[in-house]
Design a protein around this ligand. Structure first.
Ligand SMILES: Nc1nc2c(c(=O)[nH]1)N[C@H]1C(S)=C(S)[C@@H](COP(=O)(O)O)O[C@H]1N2
Ligand SMILES: [Mo]
Length: 251
């Protein structure tokens, strides 16, 4: 004789369980719909719904503390670099621009702006960086850039006091494109003021005479054709932040 015991389940029990399961399903779906309506009734903060913006800001706090000079973006051999480098984004890249007349405006303080030539910048120690350039649109490319580390540049121009501030603002000569970057990220050893691509002068559409290459950030922060650099304890205006993206845009 086997010890097999059958449990007798009545039709009534089956029906009750089924009803209970449906009840939970409807409560859950109702909750989802209510949460969706609630979220979409919330005010916006720079084009992102406020609760979502709060999540981005909290992520920033966490990642800012994790990021340090010792945390390096992965690098690649020069031979791995793409020759056909994608061109993306042309805000602030209008035709009425004269590279010969260009000077970098470095605002050290209100009323204290240095005008720096590209030769001044090329005279500083040169560094290469080959890394995987990632755009938030979903593409990435291993690319090769040359320039001076921002932290070398800051040392050369005596920016000790300025780099104690929380943010750096950069914009194009016509102010059409602009980014704000936390100082820790701009002082990162892989961040360069870049004037070369694939060992040759930076092409016009890629940001000549000078662009930012900042491997710890998404493409949006790699501003092309830098006109002005300044420092602030408030978040400088940021083109893609104003269009709903994350301010920090870290990787
Ligand atoms: N001045 C300027 N810089 C810019 C942009 C732009 O529209 N204008 N687009 C950004 C974005 S979204 C990306 S992905 C990179 C693309 O750099 P690339 O054109 O050299 O590939 O530049 C960034 N820098
Ligand atoms: Mo991008």
């Amino acid at each position: 004789m086997s010890d097999f015991r059958e449990q007798v389940v009545t039709t009534k029990q089956v029906r009750n369980k089924t009803l209970l399961a449906f009840l939970f399903l409807f409560l859950f779906l109702g909750g989802c719909v209510a949460a969706w309506y609630w979220l979409h009734r919330q005010p916006k903060d720079n084009e992102a719904l406020q609760p979502l913006r709060a999540v981005l800001n909290n992520n920033e706090k966490i990642f800012r503390n994790l990021l340090s000079g010792g945390h390096l973006a992965r690098t690649y051999p020069v031979s791995a670099a793409e020759h056909h480098v994608r061109v993306n984004g042309d805000a602030g890249m209008g035709n009425e621009f004269d590279p010969a007349a260009w000077r970098l405006q470095l605002v050290r303080k209100a009323g204290d702006t240095l005008l720096i030539t590209i030769d001044d910048i090329k005279a500083l120690p040169r560094t290469d960086v080959v890394f995987d350039f990632k755009c938030i649109e979903g593409w990435s490319q291993v690319t090769h850039w040359g320039g001076v580390q921002f932290r070398e540049f800051a040392k050369h121009y005596g920016l000790d006091e300025q780099t104690q501030m929380q943010y750096v603002g950069l914009h194009t000569p016509d102010n059409e494109y602009y980014v704000g970057i936390d100082t820790k990220s701009i002082m990162h050893p892989q961040t360069i003021l870049c004037y070369e691509m694939n060992g040759a002068p930076l092409p016009m559409n890629q940001g000549a005479p000078l662009r930012l290459i900042i491997p710890v950030k998404y493409g949006v922060k790699h501003i092309k054709r830098i006109g002005t650099i300044y420092f602030s304890n408030q978040r400088p205006p940021d083109y893609w932040f104003e269009r709903g993206y994350d301010y920090f845009s870290g990787l």
